[in-house]
Design a protein around this ligand. Structure first.
Ligand SMILES: [Zn+2]
Length: 224
């Protein structure tokens, strides 16, 4: 999977429906859906009149929003939303939050301080250990750092001085690289921090779109 990080932001937003999972009659199969089917696709019995082996529970979504994610790195598609528009080759945009979940990001228009467009994003929380000692100065540092002229429109370069540069250089500025060496390299940061999250998100998106198309998905339960 290739990940390109760069480009601008997009305000488009889609609500995500809750994905439910249940087992009706067979312990080898999970049924995933938004709304319980009337008839069980496995045994053809009426679901509301027969007991389910495992009653429906919600599967957690891999997405979060800036306001509930202080001290975090945020990722979203440059254009559109994860649930509607994301493909494996989609360009991604990256930002970072302060202690109150206010998101800062850099693109060809300069710095944006705005949390509203980050309401469906992959969240990479920075651990307490990482930010211990710098937590108090985090907000002020982020604010001051973002005001540097290097984050102006003129300095923007699609692939070499973009949103990713802003986030990694800020983490470096805060000395996060001492405990998280991958901050020094775009490709290492991508491999260690971003890909595991986007892979999980991509699996969820695939499942979500299949449920949207077919009403439900039957999954074989993997032996644990
Ligand atoms: Zn059944």
């Amino acid at each position: 999977m290739t990940i390109e990080i760069g480009g601008g932001t997009d305000m488009e937003y889609d609500c995500i429906r809750k994905v439910k999972c249940f087992q009706h009659c067979d312990k080898n199969y999970n049924i995933l859906c938004f709304q319980l089917p009337f008839i069980c696709p496995l045994c053809r019995r009426n679901v509301s009149c027969s007991e389910s082996r495992i009653p429906p529970y919600s599967i957690p979504s891999p997405f979060g929003d800036a306001m509930s994610s202080p001290y975090s790195v945020l990722i979203k598609p440059t254009y559109g939303s994860f649930i509607r528009d994301y493909e494996n080759s989609s360009n991604l945009h990256i930002g970072i939050t302060d202690s109150k979940g206010v998101a800062y990001d850099y693109d060809e228009e300069g710095i944006h301080v705005n949390s509203l467009s980050w309401n469906q994003c992959v969240v990479i929380p920075l651990s307490k250990a990482l930010i211990a000692g710098v937590q108090d100065g985090w907000d002020n540092n982020l604010y001051q750092f973002s005001r540097n002229h290097r984050w102006s429109t003129d300095w923007y370069r699609d692939s070499s001085h973009n949103c990713f540069t802003f986030v990694l250089q800020f983490l470096h500025h805060m000395d996060i690289n001492r405990l998280m060496p991958c901050v020094a390299s775009r490709s290492e940061f991508c491999k260690e921090q971003i890909v595991p999250h986007t892979t999980r998100a991509a699996q969820f998106i695939g499942l979500y779109r299949q449920i949207e198309k077919e009403g439900f998905v039957i999954q074989v339960v993997k032996p644990s």
